[in-house]
Design a protein around this ligand. Structure first.
Ligand code: NDP
Length: 456
């Protein structure tokens, strides 16, 4: 049994302790989820949709409380926390409105007298393992489509998000999702492995690190359960040309520093054509130095602390290693004085393939800028990592940008924007960024029994 302890990363103070799931309760939880599944799958879809619509309303009604909880437990600036709560509400509402139409029964072309139909059905209890960087959004994009489908859920959130994960469960239950159709657990990694071995469980979705993804996917595979993985990324931001460098740099800095740089699909590698490179680096350094780093509950703050001192120290170490290996640090990269998990935003250049930073994800407020001499070289560099989550191409010539975007080995390619997430758009990556898709109709296609019924 593990205890979840939450620590405020702004102050370093311990906030709360949550008692973990006792070992003898693992099979009890799995069996409860199986009962929840039987009840929930038989609940008419219109009622399931109403529960999701009500969930969306409750997120909006309780927005202040929900936003404050994540500002306290993982340090998200107040404005971004409010936006995340709204995005989660939008996702629940999107599935409430569009989900029922996606539960199709497709009639295949008759080949004589016989009839073949394919129904879209749930598969059973699922486990969700979710990370701390977007506590509400990450859960919503897994829970909303699967609850609409009729699957039941056991949710293990990151241990630092114990308070917000309880709030999420409370909201769903208040919205009439049965207690056994959505179960919040404070489980350890070992207990997740045991849950996945339980015969009642049918699948698992994880968002997080490659290490956690590989561990959970291994357990799932051993037990012949389906998995969906949304892992890290080192997204390229390719700048081909611009007619407004000041604005391009502002947008680039905002995208990189959002959530203190702790987003899987944040642009982490800025790949800039030679004639723009010097101005871009100079502009980005100025933006990073201007960004207000501080208390995330202060509305003026643009960059809050990282999620923990350990997370901050990992990023600071990666930057130090890059410099030791020959990279140039133009600004930032040092922990700020005090007990909080703050790091001054960093700009690195001169990264070469031999350096660790070239191939690693830096999960914090640090930008790596590369100089290239052609669009072909930009594409080669962009694709020369094992990740493949998303990427963006920036140009006044959108046709030229589209040609480049089409050559990126990613799950999501953007032109003149980076990382837009909407409930109806698919989200997911290729290669070591994971497999499977979330959101939109694709998010409802992962844990589905596409069941054939054929009548002779
Ligand atoms: P983890 O991947 O360790 O945590 C994500 C979730 O997985 C948490 O709920 C965690 O639980 C759980 N978990 C971890 N290991 C296992 C396991 N073996 N079995 C079952 N569940 C497990 O992320 P970290 O917090 O350690 O962050 C490390 C790095 O991961 C970051 O620096 C970043 O590179 C990447 N990351 C990527 C994210 C993304 O959005 N793609 C999100 C978060 C991190 P617990 O909290 O209890 O350990």
């Amino acid at each position: 049994m593990s205890t979840y302890v939450t620590t405020n990363p702004t102050t370093g103070t311990t906030e709360q302790e949550f008692t973990g799931l006792p070992d003898d309760q693992i099979s009890v939880v799995a069996e409860r989820a199986a009962e929840g599944f039987e009840e929930w799958r038989r609940t008419p879809v219109a009622e399931r949709a109403r529960a999701l619509a009500r969930t969306a309303d409750l997120y909006e009604e309780r927005a202040t409380e929900l936003a404050a909880a994540i500002t306290k437990e993982m340090g998200k600036p107040a404005q971004e926390a409010a936006e995340e709560v709204q995005l989660a509400a939008d996702i629940y509402r999107w599935y409430a409105e569009h989900g029922p139409d996606l539960l199709t029964t497709e009639r295949l072309d008759p080949q004589g007298a016989e009839e073949s139909v394919v129904q879209t059905l749930p598969i059973g209890p699922l486990v969700g393992v979710m990370p701390w960087n977007y506590p509400y959004y990450q859960v919503a994009r897994f829970a909303a489509p699967n609850l609409l489908l009729g699957n039941s859920i056991i949710l293990k959130h990151a241990s630092i998000c114990a308070a917000s994960s309880k709030l999420m469960a409370d909201v769903l239950h208040e919205a009439s999702v049965p207690e056994n159709a959505y179960i919040n657990v404070y489980a350890s990694s070992g207990q997740i492995a045991e849950l996945l071995a339980h015969p009642a469980i049918r699948g698992v979705s994880l968002t997080g690190s490659e290490r956690a993804g590989a561990a959970v996917a291994t357990e799932a595979a051993k037990n012949l359960k389906k998995s969906v993985l949304e892992l890290g990324g080192s997204d390229p931001f390719i700048l081909l040309d611009t007619d407004d460098m000041a604005e391009t740099v502002r947008v680039a800095a905002r995208a990189r520093l959002s959530n203190a740089g702790q987003a899987c699909n944040s642009p982490k590698r800025f790949i800039v054509l030679d004639d723009l490179y010097d101005d871009f680096v100079q502009g980005l350094v100025a933006e990073f130095e201007r960004a207000v780093v501080g208390d995330p509950s202060d509305p003026e703050t643009e960059v809050g602390p990282l999620s923990s001192v350990t997370a901050r120290d990992t990023v600071a170490d990666q930057i130090r290693t890059a410099v030791r290996q020959g990279a140039t640090l133009h600004t930032g990269g040092k922990p700020l004085d005090g007990d909080g998990a703050f790091l001054a935003p960093a700009v690195l250049t001169g990264i070469t393939p031999e350096m660790d930073a070239y191939s690693e994800e830096i999960f914090g407020p640090a930008a790596m800028v590369y100089r290239v001499f052609s669009a072909d070289e930009a594409v080669r560099l962009a694709n020369d990592v094992e990740f493949g989550l998303s990427g963006s191409v920036w140009s006044t010539d959108t046709a030229r940008a589209a040609e480049v975007a089409d050559r990126l080995d990613v799950g999501m390619a953007y032109i003149n924007e980076h990382g837009t997430t909407l409930p109806g758009l698919p989200f997911g990556g290729v290669n070591r960024s994971g497999y499977g898709r979330e959101l939109g109709r694709w998010g409802m296609g992962e844990f589905v029994n596409a069941k054939l019924r054929r009548t002779a």
